[in-house]
Design a protein around this ligand. Sequence first.
Ligand code: GDP
Length: 364
Amino acid sequence: MEPIICQGCGVEVQSEDETVPGYVPASALNKEVVICKRCFRLKHYNEIHDVSYTDDDFLEMISQIRNAEGLILNIVDIFDFSGSIIPSLKRLTGHNPILLIGNKVDLLPKSTNLHKLKMWMKRSANELGLEVENVFLISSIKGSGMDRLISEVETYRNGKDVYVVGSTNVGKSTFINRLINQTTRVKDAITTSYFPGTTLGFIDIPLDEQTSLYDTPGVINRAQISHYVSEADLKVITPTKEVKPRVYQLNDKQTLYFGGLARIDFEKGDRCSFICYFSNGLPIHRTKLENADALYERQLGEVLHPPDETTKSMLPPLQAQSFKIKEKTDIVFPGLGWVTVPPGVTITAHSPKGVTVSIREALI
Ligand code: GDP
C-alpha cells in the first residue's frame, strides 16, 4: 500500500502511537485530505504539540537543514542546560547561524545575574563544540524576553526561514505557540498543501509571503534526568514557580541529600553556608557524612524521596565527583537545580550516572 502523507507537514501518517510524528486517528485515515494530529491542532486551534524522535532519526532529520538556508533557534531549558543542549547541532546544520535561547527564566530567583548566566551558556556551548551567534533568555510562559527576541530574530534571519530545534520538554511548543500569537496572528497557520522538498517534514508556519518558521520534532536527550524518573516524580523535581533559596549552615563531614536523587558531601573546609536552589517541593535532608551511605541503603524512597517505586526501577546508580572550590561556585545538578558553595571548601557531588554534575561561577 502507498504510504499516506500528511498534507500539512509531509510526514508519513500512522495511527499507532500518539506521541510520535504523523499520528492520525484510524477513523480519519479515509478522509480525502489527511492531516496529522499535530497539524490539525495547529490549523484549528493555533496550537503546537510536541512529538519526539529518537536521537538518530532526529539527527538525520535535522541534518537536512544543512541543505537549506535559514536561522536556527536552539531552545534549551536553563534548569537542565547540559541535558537539553544539542552539541552536534552546528555540525548537522552547516553554515546556518544559531541563536541559543534559554527558556524558563521565570523560575530563577530575582537576584540571579542574567548576564553571567548568558556568558556561562555561551561558554559551555562552545566547549561542547556548539558555536552560537548570541544567547537570549526568555520565559515562554510569562512572555518575558519575547519582544526583544522576536525583533532580534528579524535582524538575524535577514529575510530567510527560521528553524526551531530543541530537546523534548524544554518548552519548545509553548515558545512556538506564543510566537505564533505574538507575531503572525494567522488563524490558519500551517500551509495546507505539501510540497515535497520544501518542508523537510517539519511543520511549516508562514512568517510572510516568502518565508516560514519550521517546527522540528523534539529530540530525546539521554542526559535528561526526566528520562529516569516517573511522571509523578518529574512533577516534584520540576520547579513551577520562582525557586526560593534554602540555606544550610554546614560543618565539614556533613551531607545534603536532594530527595534521594542527588547528594553533596562537604568534605573539607570551615563552617559555612550551602545555598540550595531546587524546586520548592523537593525535600532536602541533612545527615552526617559517615552515616550517608547507610541512610541511602535504608531510606531510599522513604525519608529520601523522590524516587518513588517506578523511578527506583529506572534510576541509574549515583556517581561521585569531587571538586576543590576556589571561588564562589554553583554546583549544577542538571534537571534538578544547583548549590552555591563558598571558596575554600572541598565537596563531592553525587548524581545519577549519565546526568553529569558541572560547576560554574556563582550566578547569585
Ligand atoms: P516541549 O516538549 O519542548 O514542546 O515543551 P512544552 O512546551 O510542552 O513544555 C514542557 C513543560 O515546560 C510544560 O510543563 C510547560 O508548562 C513548561 N514550560 C514551558 N515554558 C516554560 C516557561 O517559560 N517557564 C516555566 N516555568 N515552564 C515552562
